[in-house]
Design a protein around this ligand. Structure first.
Ligand SMILES: O=C(O)CCC(=O)C(=O)O
Ligand SMILES: [Fe+2]
Length: 348
Protein backbone atom coordinates (compact mmCIF):
# COMPACT_ATOMS: atom_id res chain seq x y z
CA UNK A 1 0.00 0.00 0.00
CA UNK A 2 1.36 3.43 -0.90
CA UNK A 3 2.24 5.41 2.20
CA UNK A 4 -0.26 8.18 2.76
CA UNK A 5 0.78 11.42 4.45
CA UNK A 6 -0.43 11.37 8.05
CA UNK A 7 -3.26 13.72 8.92
CA UNK A 8 -4.09 14.42 12.52
CA UNK A 9 -7.19 15.32 14.51
CA UNK A 10 -6.51 17.42 17.61
CA UNK A 11 -8.58 17.05 20.78
CA UNK A 12 -10.77 19.93 21.87
CA UNK A 13 -11.31 20.67 25.57
CA UNK A 14 -14.67 20.42 27.28
CA UNK A 15 -15.97 23.99 27.44
CA UNK A 16 -14.72 25.77 30.56
CA UNK A 17 -17.94 27.63 31.00
CA UNK A 18 -20.58 24.94 30.99
CA UNK A 19 -22.11 24.26 27.60
CA UNK A 20 -25.46 24.67 29.27
CA UNK A 21 -27.03 23.78 32.57
CA UNK A 22 -25.64 20.38 33.56
CA UNK A 23 -24.02 19.70 30.17
CA UNK A 24 -20.47 18.49 29.54
CA UNK A 25 -19.84 18.55 25.78
CA UNK A 26 -20.15 21.64 23.60
CA UNK A 27 -22.71 21.64 20.83
CA UNK A 28 -19.81 21.55 18.32
CA UNK A 29 -18.49 18.34 19.92
CA UNK A 30 -21.94 16.77 19.83
CA UNK A 31 -22.39 17.81 16.22
CA UNK A 32 -18.97 16.37 15.29
CA UNK A 33 -19.94 12.99 16.69
CA UNK A 34 -23.34 13.02 15.05
CA UNK A 35 -22.08 14.10 11.64
CA UNK A 36 -18.53 12.79 11.26
CA UNK A 37 -18.86 9.82 13.63
CA UNK A 38 -16.46 10.85 16.37
CA UNK A 39 -15.27 13.65 18.60
CA UNK A 40 -11.94 13.78 20.42
CA UNK A 41 -12.19 15.54 23.78
CA UNK A 42 -9.89 16.51 26.65
CA UNK A 43 -11.03 17.08 30.23
CA UNK A 44 -14.14 14.93 30.45
CA UNK A 45 -12.76 13.01 33.45
CA UNK A 46 -10.71 15.13 35.87
CA UNK A 47 -7.02 14.80 35.08
CA UNK A 48 -6.15 13.82 38.67
CA UNK A 49 -8.58 10.87 38.51
CA UNK A 50 -7.14 9.62 35.25
CA UNK A 51 -3.60 9.92 36.60
CA UNK A 52 -4.53 8.02 39.74
CA UNK A 53 -6.22 5.25 37.76
CA UNK A 54 -3.17 5.05 35.54
CA UNK A 55 -0.83 4.50 38.44
CA UNK A 56 -3.03 1.62 39.68
CA UNK A 57 -3.22 0.07 36.19
CA UNK A 58 0.57 0.26 35.87
CA UNK A 59 0.88 -2.11 38.80
CA UNK A 60 -1.53 -4.60 37.25
CA UNK A 61 -0.35 -5.09 33.66
CA UNK A 62 2.93 -6.19 32.12
CA UNK A 63 5.41 -3.44 31.36
CA UNK A 64 6.92 -2.88 27.93
CA UNK A 65 9.59 -5.55 27.58
CA UNK A 66 8.14 -7.78 30.33
CA UNK A 67 6.81 -11.31 29.98
CA UNK A 68 3.04 -11.83 29.93
CA UNK A 69 2.07 -9.23 27.35
CA UNK A 70 -1.31 -9.79 25.74
CA UNK A 71 -1.13 -9.36 21.96
CA UNK A 72 -4.85 -9.71 21.42
CA UNK A 73 -7.59 -7.21 22.32
CA UNK A 74 -8.64 -6.74 25.95
CA UNK A 75 -7.35 -7.79 29.36
CA UNK A 76 -8.46 -11.45 29.43
CA UNK A 77 -11.21 -10.25 31.75
CA UNK A 78 -8.89 -9.08 34.51
CA UNK A 79 -9.61 -5.36 34.07
CA UNK A 80 -13.24 -5.55 33.03
CA UNK A 81 -15.60 -3.42 35.09
CA UNK A 82 -15.87 -3.62 38.00
CA UNK A 83 -12.21 -4.40 38.53
CA UNK A 84 -12.34 -4.07 42.32
CA UNK A 85 -9.83 -1.21 42.13
CA UNK A 86 -11.68 1.95 43.17
CA UNK A 87 -9.60 4.48 41.17
CA UNK A 88 -10.20 2.51 37.95
CA UNK A 89 -13.85 1.78 38.67
CA UNK A 90 -14.56 5.45 39.42
CA UNK A 91 -14.20 6.23 35.71
CA UNK A 92 -16.82 3.94 34.16
CA UNK A 93 -19.85 5.51 35.82
CA UNK A 94 -18.41 9.01 36.27
CA UNK A 95 -21.30 11.45 36.11
CA UNK A 96 -19.69 13.71 33.49
CA UNK A 97 -18.97 10.76 31.25
CA UNK A 98 -22.59 9.61 31.53
CA UNK A 99 -23.82 13.13 30.83
CA UNK A 100 -21.64 13.35 27.73
CA UNK A 101 -23.06 10.06 26.44
CA UNK A 102 -26.60 11.16 27.16
CA UNK A 103 -25.96 14.37 25.19
CA UNK A 104 -24.68 12.40 22.21
CA UNK A 105 -27.64 10.01 22.16
CA UNK A 106 -30.22 12.58 23.19
CA UNK A 107 -31.61 10.42 26.01
CA UNK A 108 -31.62 10.64 29.80
CA UNK A 109 -28.75 9.04 31.70
CA UNK A 110 -31.25 6.58 33.20
CA UNK A 111 -31.97 5.32 29.70
CA UNK A 112 -28.33 4.29 29.10
CA UNK A 113 -27.02 0.74 29.57
CA UNK A 114 -23.36 -0.16 29.95
CA UNK A 115 -22.24 -2.88 27.53
CA UNK A 116 -18.44 -2.65 27.71
CA UNK A 117 -15.74 -1.40 30.07
CA UNK A 118 -12.29 -2.91 29.84
CA UNK A 119 -8.81 -1.50 30.42
CA UNK A 120 -6.11 -2.99 28.26
CA UNK A 121 -2.51 -2.58 27.28
CA UNK A 122 -1.05 -2.64 23.82
CA UNK A 123 2.67 -3.05 23.13
CA UNK A 124 5.08 -1.89 20.44
CA UNK A 125 7.12 -4.67 18.82
CA UNK A 126 10.07 -4.75 16.46
CA UNK A 127 8.08 -6.72 13.91
CA UNK A 128 4.87 -8.61 13.31
CA UNK A 129 4.48 -12.09 14.78
CA UNK A 130 2.87 -13.48 11.63
CA UNK A 131 -0.45 -14.14 13.38
CA UNK A 132 -3.41 -13.03 11.28
CA UNK A 133 -5.35 -12.43 14.52
CA UNK A 134 -2.74 -10.05 15.92
CA UNK A 135 -4.06 -6.69 17.11
CA UNK A 136 -0.82 -4.76 16.44
CA UNK A 137 -1.67 -3.32 13.03
CA UNK A 138 -5.41 -3.69 12.59
CA UNK A 139 -7.43 -3.97 9.40
CA UNK A 140 -9.82 -1.07 9.00
CA UNK A 141 -13.20 -2.02 10.42
CA UNK A 142 -16.38 -1.01 12.15
CA UNK A 143 -16.97 -2.35 15.65
CA UNK A 144 -20.62 -3.28 15.26
CA UNK A 145 -20.16 -6.90 14.15
CA UNK A 146 -19.33 -8.14 17.64
CA UNK A 147 -21.59 -5.65 19.47
CA UNK A 148 -24.69 -5.96 17.30
CA UNK A 149 -26.79 -9.04 16.82
CA UNK A 150 -28.25 -7.27 13.80
CA UNK A 151 -26.85 -4.15 12.05
CA UNK A 152 -26.66 -0.48 13.11
CA UNK A 153 -29.56 1.83 12.23
CA UNK A 154 -29.48 4.55 9.60
CA UNK A 155 -26.83 7.16 10.45
CA UNK A 156 -29.16 9.79 11.91
CA UNK A 157 -30.55 7.48 14.61
CA UNK A 158 -27.55 6.22 16.61
CA UNK A 159 -28.24 3.76 19.39
CA UNK A 160 -24.90 3.66 21.20
CA UNK A 161 -21.69 5.51 22.01
CA UNK A 162 -18.29 3.85 22.09
CA UNK A 163 -15.29 5.42 23.78
CA UNK A 164 -11.57 5.01 24.13
CA UNK A 165 -10.00 6.75 27.12
CA UNK A 166 -6.24 7.00 26.65
CA UNK A 167 -3.78 6.84 29.52
CA UNK A 168 -0.68 7.80 27.49
CA UNK A 169 0.66 10.37 25.08
CA UNK A 170 0.75 9.44 21.41
CA UNK A 171 4.02 11.33 20.95
CA UNK A 172 5.67 8.77 23.24
CA UNK A 173 3.97 5.48 22.35
CA UNK A 174 2.51 6.16 18.86
CA UNK A 175 -0.36 3.74 18.06
CA UNK A 176 -2.85 6.46 17.18
CA UNK A 177 -6.37 5.30 16.42
CA UNK A 178 -6.99 5.97 12.72
CA UNK A 179 -10.47 7.20 11.73
CA UNK A 180 -12.44 7.85 8.53
CA UNK A 181 -14.70 10.88 9.11
CA UNK A 182 -18.08 10.51 7.42
CA UNK A 183 -18.64 13.28 4.89
CA UNK A 184 -22.39 13.61 4.48
CA UNK A 185 -25.19 11.45 3.14
CA UNK A 186 -23.52 10.66 -0.16
CA UNK A 187 -20.19 9.55 1.28
CA UNK A 188 -19.30 6.34 -0.63
CA UNK A 189 -17.34 5.03 2.37
CA UNK A 190 -20.62 4.88 4.28
CA UNK A 191 -22.89 3.44 1.59
CA UNK A 192 -25.55 1.11 2.98
CA UNK A 193 -25.26 -1.62 4.26
CA UNK A 194 -21.91 -1.63 6.01
CA UNK A 195 -20.49 -4.85 4.70
CA UNK A 196 -17.01 -4.40 3.28
CA UNK A 197 -15.00 -5.91 6.11
CA UNK A 198 -13.63 -9.24 7.29
CA UNK A 199 -16.12 -11.08 9.49
CA UNK A 200 -19.20 -9.77 7.64
CA UNK A 201 -21.46 -12.44 6.11
CA UNK A 202 -19.35 -15.40 5.10
CA UNK A 203 -16.08 -13.42 5.02
CA UNK A 204 -13.59 -14.82 7.50
CA UNK A 205 -12.57 -12.56 10.40
CA UNK A 206 -8.91 -11.55 10.23
CA UNK A 207 -7.41 -8.77 12.35
CA UNK A 208 -3.96 -8.02 10.90
CA UNK A 209 -4.11 -5.42 8.14
CA UNK A 210 -1.78 -7.08 5.64
CA UNK A 211 -3.24 -10.55 6.12
CA UNK A 212 -6.81 -9.20 5.86
CA UNK A 213 -6.20 -7.14 2.75
CA UNK A 214 -4.30 -9.95 1.00
CA UNK A 215 -7.17 -12.34 1.66
CA UNK A 216 -9.84 -9.87 0.52
CA UNK A 217 -7.88 -9.14 -2.65
CA UNK A 218 -8.03 -12.83 -3.52
CA UNK A 219 -11.60 -13.55 -2.41
CA UNK A 220 -13.45 -10.30 -3.16
CA UNK A 221 -11.21 -7.91 -5.13
CA UNK A 222 -13.85 -5.19 -5.36
CA UNK A 223 -14.10 -5.08 -1.56
CA UNK A 224 -10.30 -4.84 -1.25
CA UNK A 225 -10.30 -2.01 -3.77
CA UNK A 226 -13.10 -0.16 -1.98
CA UNK A 227 -11.15 -0.34 1.25
CA UNK A 228 -8.00 1.13 -0.30
CA UNK A 229 -9.79 3.84 -2.23
CA UNK A 230 -12.39 4.99 0.29
CA UNK A 231 -11.05 3.97 3.70
CA UNK A 232 -7.27 3.69 4.13
CA UNK A 233 -6.60 6.67 1.87
CA UNK A 234 -8.86 8.89 4.00
CA UNK A 235 -7.58 8.01 7.46
CA UNK A 236 -6.98 10.73 10.04
CA UNK A 237 -5.20 9.99 13.32
CA UNK A 238 -6.33 10.88 16.83
CA UNK A 239 -3.74 12.97 18.72
CA UNK A 240 -4.31 11.68 22.26
CA UNK A 241 -2.66 12.35 25.57
CA UNK A 242 -3.36 11.28 29.13
CA UNK A 243 -7.10 11.68 29.69
CA UNK A 244 -8.20 12.25 26.09
CA UNK A 245 -11.48 10.53 25.23
CA UNK A 246 -12.39 9.43 21.72
CA UNK A 247 -16.17 9.26 21.49
CA UNK A 248 -17.06 7.21 18.42
CA UNK A 249 -19.68 4.90 16.97
CA UNK A 250 -20.29 1.32 15.98
CA UNK A 251 -20.67 2.50 12.39
CA UNK A 252 -17.40 4.47 12.15
CA UNK A 253 -14.55 3.10 10.04
CA UNK A 254 -11.39 3.04 12.16
CA UNK A 255 -8.48 0.89 13.29
CA UNK A 256 -5.68 0.57 15.81
CA UNK A 257 -2.19 1.22 14.43
CA UNK A 258 1.35 0.12 15.19
CA UNK A 259 3.01 1.29 18.41
CA UNK A 260 6.57 2.45 18.77
CA UNK A 261 8.88 -0.47 19.52
CA UNK A 262 9.43 -1.04 23.23
CA UNK A 263 6.50 1.18 24.29
CA UNK A 264 3.16 0.42 25.86
CA UNK A 265 -0.20 2.14 25.47
CA UNK A 266 -2.85 1.88 28.17
CA UNK A 267 -6.44 2.53 27.20
CA UNK A 268 -9.96 1.86 28.36
CA UNK A 269 -12.77 0.89 26.01
CA UNK A 270 -16.30 1.75 27.04
CA UNK A 271 -19.67 1.43 25.40
CA UNK A 272 -23.16 2.53 26.37
CA UNK A 273 -26.31 1.78 24.42
CA UNK A 274 -29.86 3.02 24.60
CA UNK A 275 -31.86 0.85 26.98
CA UNK A 276 -34.30 -0.01 24.20
CA UNK A 277 -31.61 -1.29 21.80
CA UNK A 278 -31.54 -4.83 23.13
CA UNK A 279 -29.88 -6.17 19.98
CA UNK A 280 -26.63 -4.54 21.08
CA UNK A 281 -25.29 -7.15 23.44
CA UNK A 282 -22.72 -6.83 26.17
CA UNK A 283 -19.14 -7.39 25.12
CA UNK A 284 -18.29 -10.61 26.92
CA UNK A 285 -16.20 -13.68 26.14
CA UNK A 286 -19.24 -15.72 25.09
CA UNK A 287 -21.40 -14.66 22.19
CA UNK A 288 -19.69 -11.30 21.60
CA UNK A 289 -16.05 -12.29 21.26
CA UNK A 290 -17.03 -15.55 19.60
CA UNK A 291 -18.22 -13.45 16.69
CA UNK A 292 -14.51 -13.04 15.95
CA UNK A 293 -13.56 -16.70 16.32
CA UNK A 294 -12.86 -19.00 13.39
CA UNK A 295 -16.03 -20.42 11.93
CA UNK A 296 -18.20 -17.53 13.22
CA UNK A 297 -20.04 -19.69 15.78
CA UNK A 298 -22.29 -16.91 17.11
CA UNK A 299 -23.44 -15.74 13.69
CA UNK A 300 -24.10 -19.29 12.50
CA UNK A 301 -26.08 -20.03 15.63
CA UNK A 302 -28.21 -16.91 15.12
CA UNK A 303 -28.71 -17.62 11.41
CA UNK A 304 -29.95 -21.14 12.16
CA UNK A 305 -31.95 -20.49 15.36
CA UNK A 306 -35.75 -20.24 15.41
CA UNK A 307 -37.42 -16.81 15.61
CA UNK A 308 -38.29 -17.45 19.27
CA UNK A 309 -34.79 -18.56 20.14
CA UNK A 310 -33.37 -15.42 18.56
CA UNK A 311 -35.76 -13.28 20.65
CA UNK A 312 -34.35 -14.79 23.81
CA UNK A 313 -30.90 -13.59 22.74
CA UNK A 314 -32.11 -10.01 22.20
CA UNK A 315 -32.77 -10.25 18.45
CA UNK A 316 -35.88 -8.18 17.62
CA UNK A 317 -39.11 -10.07 16.96
CA UNK A 318 -41.03 -9.85 13.66
CA UNK A 319 -43.11 -6.67 13.62
CA UNK A 320 -40.71 -4.77 15.91
CA UNK A 321 -39.96 -1.17 14.89
CA UNK A 322 -36.34 -2.28 14.40
CA UNK A 323 -37.37 -3.85 11.08
CA UNK A 324 -37.23 -0.90 8.74
CA UNK A 325 -36.64 -1.67 5.04
CA UNK A 326 -33.01 -0.55 5.49
CA UNK A 327 -32.35 -2.88 8.35
CA UNK A 328 -34.09 -5.79 6.66
CA UNK A 329 -31.72 -5.33 3.75
CA UNK A 330 -28.67 -5.01 6.00
CA UNK A 331 -29.46 -8.01 8.20
CA UNK A 332 -30.16 -10.09 5.10
CA UNK A 333 -26.75 -9.09 3.74
CA UNK A 334 -25.12 -10.10 7.01
CA UNK A 335 -26.86 -13.41 7.74
CA UNK A 336 -28.22 -14.48 4.33
CA UNK A 337 -24.84 -16.00 3.34
CA UNK A 338 -25.00 -18.04 6.56
CA UNK A 339 -28.46 -19.39 5.76
CA UNK A 340 -30.89 -17.10 7.63
CA UNK A 341 -34.44 -17.05 6.30
CA UNK A 342 -35.61 -13.42 6.47
CA UNK A 343 -39.23 -14.15 5.54
CA UNK A 344 -40.64 -13.92 9.12
CA UNK A 345 -39.22 -10.39 9.49
CA UNK A 346 -40.45 -9.22 6.10
CA UNK A 347 -44.09 -9.78 6.99
CA UNK A 348 -43.91 -6.92 9.49
O1 LIG B 1 -6.40 0.36 19.55
C1 LIG B 1 -7.05 1.25 18.99
O2 LIG B 1 -6.64 2.39 18.86
C2 LIG B 1 -8.36 0.88 18.38
C3 LIG B 1 -8.77 -0.53 18.69
C4 LIG B 1 -9.94 -1.01 17.91
O3 LIG B 1 -10.44 -0.35 17.07
C5 LIG B 1 -10.51 -2.33 18.19
O4 LIG B 1 -9.87 -3.17 18.82
O5 LIG B 1 -11.66 -2.58 17.74
FE1 LIG C 1 -12.41 -1.09 16.65
Amino acid sequence: MAAEPERWIEPTPVPSTEAGEGLVLSSAQVQDWRERGFTLVDGVIPYSMVAEARSVIEGLVAGAGDEGQIRDFGSDGTLEFPTGHAPIDAITLHSDLLTAVSQLLGVQVEALRLTQSDVWAKYGHAEKDGNERSNDDQRIHMDYPNHYLTHPPVWSKPEAVEMILYFDDVSECEGATALVPREGEEDPAYAWPYQNMPGFGALRWVNDREAAEAELKQAVPDVAEFRQEHLYSREVRARFRLGTVLFYRHDLWHRGTWLREGRRRLAQNLCFRRADAEWIHSVQPGSAWRMYRPGQPTERLIANASVSQRCVLGFPAPGHSHWTPERLEAVRARYGPLGMDMAPYEKG
